[in-house]
Design a protein around this ligand. Structure first.
Ligand SMILES: [Zn+2]
Length: 138
């Protein structure tokens, strides 16, 4: 998407029958965000797909969808930590960054980014306890 704003969106897939969605990023996101931040955004958007939010008619409020996607992202990013140290905290960092950025487009449909960042940080801290694993192996 050609805009300097930082934004990401899930769009319906169209290229092949196997492609159920398209993940769109703005040029602003690609130009201004670190690889770690982009990875965190991908993880969040994948959470929407994994939880069935894309094109879903489930009666789940937007706040709950965002929380579910964030929790999925935390669990997924935790698993990447051995290879990408700090991957999990990058989610909290990108949420914090976006609360301060002008043009909060990515957040316009998302609830309370400050609180989400706080919850992501707490989730990442829990991640360091080896006894816990909340994500299902898939
Ligand atoms: Zn979202």
């Amino acid at each position: 998407m050609r805009t300097p704003a930082i934004n990401a969106a899930l769009l319906p897939g169209s290229a092949t029958p196997c492609l159920h969605f398209t993940l769109a990023l703005t040029e602003g996101a690609l130009a201004r965000l670190s690889v770690d931040a982009l990875r965190a955004i991908f993880a969040h958007e994948l959470g929407h797909i994994y939880r069935g939010h894309a094109g879903s008619r489930r009666e789940v409020g937007q706040t709950d969808k965002e929380r579910e996607a964030d929790r999925f992202a935390v669990d997924l990013l935790r698993k990447l930590e051995p290879r990408y140290p700090g991957a999990c905290l990058a989610l909290a960092e990108v949420l914090t960054l976006l609360t301060e950025a002008p043009g909060r487009a990515w957040l316009s449909t998302h609830p309370s980014p400050e609180r989400r960042a706080q919850e992501a940080r707490a989730g990442c801290a829990r991640a360091r306890e080896p006894s816990e694993s909340r994500i299902r192996e898939a």
